[in-house]
Write a protein that binds this ligand. Structure first.
Ligand code: AFP
Length: 328
């Protein structure tokens, strides 16, 4: 299996050894995700993928069989990649692979688990750093220090959306060749969009700025935003992110007053950071409502963060609602 990287894919990584290590690691991840894609394509023919294992991950989210299998597949391929440390949503602590290797990989091995039995697109999210002095310091740092990040989507196509700091690219797994072929060399998100994505059932739990913004979107042309809005919510971060990259929009998973949601639902290290990296490299923006995601310090491995991303002007408009609230 190969990925036909474009010649300038990682041109900003000038250290030849690190450049080669990143390509080798992404190729290894692509091999793992091809296996996961195959399992997803078989769906119910693979017994009980969506069945809860009875275990829970670090924050009590029930683990599904496919979560665990995906994590095992990724761990195995990284053992022979130039990777020293592996941090996973499905494992409490960092996995030490070979401390002499140059890279550290963080991953949500299977994002969207609750959609496994419904044949909705799900995916794998990853973030790659050069190692620091030790395992912990290699991950507990701002997302701006990532050297590569992205996600695979297991949907009608199996795609890889990725950046190494020189723009965002999409590769598609060609079912005929079995290789990932470059499909879009330089993705750009439209700066403004009238489509938003949020789980609207949480309306009464949101803070005032989010409620005010969504209510103004619902007012449409008669409201202060002066135009009709549309809504989409897949419940699978990679699917919503891929749509927003393709046609613009605004994704919001804010903090809310439910137990455990005071910092939102999504994890900074292996969900928000890689998505933010891809979105920014495509000309969009990603914040926690007000702060740039890639500047948010990471204090604990599985730290959650409120996540807003998409068309730059839409992110800025929502940011103004927060500023107005702060001035009250
Ligand atoms: P699962 O992996 O538990 O299905 O969660 C998926 C997810 O982390 C992310 O992919 C979605 O955007 C978000 O949760 C959906 O959350 P809600 O189920 O609260 O809408």
């Amino acid at each position: 299996m190969a990925i036909r990287f474009s010649s300038d894919f990682a041109k900003n990584i000038t250290d030849k050894a690190i450049h080669a290590a990143v390509l080798d690691t992404v190729t290894a991840l692509a091999g793992a995700c091809k296996q996961i894609s195959h399992i997803c394509a078989r769906g119910p023919l693979e017994q009980g993928l969506g069945v809860e294992t009875g275990a829970a991950n670090t924050d009590g989210d029930a683990q599904k069989a496919l979560d665990v299998r995906s994590d095992e597949i990724i761990t195995k391929v990284l053992e022979t990649a130039p990777v020293a440390y592996y941090a996973s949503e499905e494992q409490d602590d960092i996995v030490i692979l070979d401390a002499d290797k140059p890279l550290a990989v963080a991953s949500d091995p299977l994002d969207g688990s609750s959609n496994i039995d419904t044949n909705v697109s799900i995916g794998t999210i990853f973030s790659i750093f050069e190692t620091n002095d030790n395992a912990a310091s290699s991950f507990l740092r701002p997302g701006s220090e990532q050297i590569c990040g992205g996600f695979f989507v297991y949907g009608p196509q199996t795609t890889l959306v990725i950046t190494a700091g020189a723009g965002t690219q999409t590769y598609v797994l060609d079912p005929d060749s079995g290789d990932f072929e470059l499909a879009i060399a330089d993705m750009k998100i439209t700066p403004m969009s009238t489509e938003y994505a949020i789980n609207a059932s949480n309306h009464h739990h949101w803070d005032a700025p989010i409620r005010a913004y969504i209510e103004d979107c619902l007012l449409g042309a008669t409201g202060p935003l002066g135009t009709k809005y549309n809504m989409r919510w897949v419940g699978s971060l990679v699917a919503d992110a891929n749509r927003i990259l393709s046609r613009g929009g605004l994704f919001m998973y804010p903090s809310d007053d439910r137990d455990g949601y005071s910092h939102g639902r999504l994890r900074l290290l292996y969900e928000a950071n890689p998505v933010a990296f891809v979105i920014e490299q495509a000309g969009g923006a990603a914040t926690d409502g007000t702060r740039r995601i890639l500047d948010v310090p990471l204090g604990t491995l599985h730290q959650r963060v409120p996540l807003v991303f998409g068309s730059k002007r839409a992110v800025q408009t929502l940011g103004n609602y927060h500023k107005k609230q702060d001035q009250l």
